[in-house]
Design a protein around this ligand. Structure first.
Ligand code: NDP
Ligand code: 8X3
Length: 271
């Protein structure tokens, strides 16, 4: 699967025009779809991921789609130093972040815990939990000071339901869920909002990464069923951040119609 942006047309919410939006993990999948969704809504975009060349390759399409400006930055969310440098290096018109889509994340394998690789656990937890925390910690002071802003965590149904081989990935997304819940307490009394968008199966590069580049195994995850698309998730994100200021969409749990629960999937024939 390439990072090519689909021609999807997203809903337009006038309140999003001119907003400054930081998206982590914007080089692929859900993050890239969010970038297109916000571009069509006339936002100013900071796109972050490790593969900067991919981000750079999206700029022209996003500008043509309606983005006010696009600033692609190489970032590994596991590095607090890199996050601080990203924020301090933003051009002046990007400095006040209105919306942050805390999306960068990954799974690795479906091994039983007793067979698992602790180095992969570190990668999952450092990215999905600590990286997300570092981003929140870095952007929240300016949002609290301005008494405005919206953070969206991309969680997962895996944070709510256990499945075989989910172990550390499920735990990481359960942590994301609880961090979002706690954050709402920490921000109470401010106008800063926190939403969690928790999808089930979405066909992106997620499974290719999870199965360490085994494209065939990745395809088999979605065999015979219709998964959600990254654009479906981006549309839910747009909905969350376009509500009136007194409304916080706390949590969106979205599943493919062919999915009743994390590991309960209806498959048709040989698909
Ligand atoms: P993709 O693999 O397509 O995208 C993952 C993105 O995260 C890439 O842009 C990747 O960019 C980025 N990323 C990974 N590690 C880092 C890092 N250390 N620093 C910065 N960026 C990083 O998968 P999805 O779009 O599906 O995944 C996005 C989020 O959605 C993840 O948090 C995932 O857990 C979650 N999710 C996915 C579901 C699915 O079924 N696909 C379902 C539920 C939730 P790069 O490699 O260039 O750094
Ligand atoms: C990724 C989706 O169901 O494979 O969060 O855990 S799942």
């Amino acid at each position: 699967m390439s990072a090519t942006l689909s021609p999807q047309r997203f809903p337009i919410y006038p309140c999003l025009a001119g907003r400054t939006v930081l998206i982590t993990g914007a080089s692929s999948g859900i993050g890239a779809a969010c970038a297109l969704a916000f571009a069509q809504n006339g936002a100013r975009l900071v796109l972050a991921a490790r593969r900067r060349e991919r981000l750079a390759g999206q700029v022209e399409t996003l500008m043509q789609a309606g983005a006010l400006r696009v600033h692609p930055v190489a970032l590994d969310v596991r590095s607090r130093v890199a996050i601080a440098e990203l924020l301090s290096g933003l051009p002046p018109d990007f400095a006040a972040l209105d919306i942050v889509i805390n999306n960068a994340g990954l799974g690795r394998g479906r091994d039983k815990l007793q067979d698992g690789d602790p180095l992969e656990w570190d990668e999952i937890l450092d990215t999905n939990v600590k990286g997300l925390l570092y981003i929140d910690r870095a952007v929240l002071p300016q949002m609290v000071a301005r008494d405005a802003g919206h953070i969206v965590h991309i969680g997962s149904i895996a944070g709510q339901q256990a499945y075989a081989g989910g172990n550390v990935y499920c735990a990481s997304k359960a942590a994301v869920r609880m961090l979002g819940e706690c954050l709402k307490h920490d921000l109470l009394g401010t106008r800063v909002r926190v939403s969690s968008v928790d999808p089930g199966m979405v066909e992106t590069e997620f499974s290719v990464v999870r199965f360490r580049g085994d494209a065939e195994r990745a395809r088999s995850v979605y065999q015979g069923m219709t998964p959600m698309t990254a654009a479906d998730v981006a549309e839910a994100v747009l909905f969350c951040v376009s509500r009136p200021a007194h409304v916080n969409i706390s949590e969106v749990v979205m599943l493919a119609t062919d999915q009743a629960a994390a590991a309960t999937v209806h498959r048709r024939g040989n698909g």
